[in-house]
Design a protein around this ligand. Structure first.
Ligand code: PLP
Length: 390
């Protein structure tokens, strides 16, 4: 059995330190915010090459508060991509602003900067590039356009702890950047967590207030705020785990290198790490037109996979109100049909990578045969669809 992710293996490695850290919070009773959260905020901001960190309860809250701090509200527009986790769009929706979607680049799965300028209107306030799967969006053209139009850039770095773009850390490029510490993320809490990092002291100050009922000091509420505080136990756990994040990231990159090498020449479409990027492989997604058949066959052989994400946000029932149609974002829609996420976690061994790749190569050879047979039957060369393979 090769799991998609193995949180237990990681817990075994840090168990003693984490248990002691949790015990420390219990002893001091600093259950919400407190000294562990304060220390973690600074350590994680340093890790991102940013000046300030504000810990919150989830990555979604981080996005929500970053948008509010940027002054985004009803009547405004925020540009992002449909090929992301739904939370990116939900956070925009919470502010009352309208999400405006543009397509992704088909190679990197991140925002196509060439589509950005045409989407800007007088109402546009902010842009949220998503560093999907652990690879930074192509930030230079995005930042250049944002500067020209006076727009705020908020990085959705929820999948990109430690990722780099031309030597710059995710979290240090936009006006603000948002991270998630959901347990399955590259740096995962033992519960929920999130953070906004920024170089701007005013944004940091505003978000600090917004996460704690808009209070400047106790009971003096100067803004309409929220209860989005980070828990003391999560701060303590995350401090312990942050010390290992670089080693875990290198282990993910090593596993990805095994996959790349083993797939080389097989014709299987593997993810492309751009020369500008330090890809941190939150997800290692291959692409196939036979996804459902492959996923089922792999599971039957004890190999768990995932799909991130099967439906682009513009086609989700929850966001039908945005009025987009199928066909509007072809690269996002094709990615959503084809991507298949392979097992990826720091403890994944070379042997396990070999097992996964050999199973997929066998499937790829089988699919090619079926594809040729269908082409021969119909008298012309077609790409077989997943349904036809089943
Ligand atoms: C996980 C994730 C979020 C939301 O983070 P939570 O901590 O689950 O609220 C937002 N955007 C992206 C791209 C994510 O992967």
């Amino acid at each position: 059995m090769i799991p998609f992710i193995d949180l237990k293996a990681q817990y075994r490695e840090v168990k003693e330190e984490v248990n002691a850290a949790i015990q420390g919070v219990l002893d001091t009773c600093q259950f919400t915010l407190g000294s562990e959260v304060l220390a973690f905020e600074q350590e994680f901001a340093d890790y991102c090459s940013a000046k300030h960190g504000v810990g919150v309860n989830t990555g979604t809250s981080a996005l929500h508060l970053a948008l509010l701090a940027a002054g985004v509200g009803p009547g405004d527009e925020v540009i992002t991509v449909p090929f992301t986790f739904v939370a990116t769009i939900s956070a925009i929706d919470y502010t009352g602003a309208t999400p405006v979607l543009i397509d992704i680049d088909p190679v990197t799965f991140t925002m196509d900067a060439k589509a950005l300028e045409a989407a800007i209107t007088e109402r546009t306030k902010a842009i949220i590039p998503v560093h999907l799967y652990g690879q930074s969006a192509d930030m230079d053209p995005i930042l250049e356009i944002a500067k020209r139009y006076g727009l705020t850039v908020i990085e959705d770095a929820c999948q990109a702890h430690g990722a780099e773009y031309k030597g710059r850390r995710a979290g240090s490029m936009g006006h603000m950047a948002c991270f998630s510490f959901y347990p399955g993320k590259n740096l995962g809490a033992y519960g929920e967590g999130g953070m906004v990092v920024t170089d701007d002291p005013e944004f940091a100050r505003t978000i600090r207030m917004l996460r704690d009922w808009g209070a400047e000091k106790k009971y003096h509420h100067v803004l309409k705020g929220y209860n989005f505080r980070m828990e003391g136990i999560q701060g303590a756990v995350l401090r312990v785990k942050l010390r290992r994040l670089e080693a875990w990231t290198e282990a993910r990159r090593t596993a990805a290198a095994h996959y790349d090498r083993l797939f080389a020449g097989s014709g299987v479409m593997t993810p492309k790490a751009m020369s500008y990027a330090r890809h941190v492989y939150h997800i290692y997604a291959i692409r196939t037109d036979h996804r459902q058949a492959w996923q089922e066959a792999l599971l039957a052989q004890g190999i768990q996979t995932g799909i991130h994400y099967p439906t682009p946000v513009h086609l989700l029932p929850a966001f039908a109100e945005l009025g987009y149609r199928a066909g509007q974002f072809p690269h996002s829609e094709q990615a959503a049909r084809q991507v298949l996420s392979l097992p990826m976690f720091p403890e994944l061994t070379q042997g396990q990578c070999e097992e996964v790749v050999s199973a997929i190569k066998n499937l790829a050879e089988g699919s090619a045969e079926i594809g040729e047979r269908i082409a021969a039957q119909s008298g012309h060369a077609t790409q077989p669809q997943a349904q036809e393979v089943k």
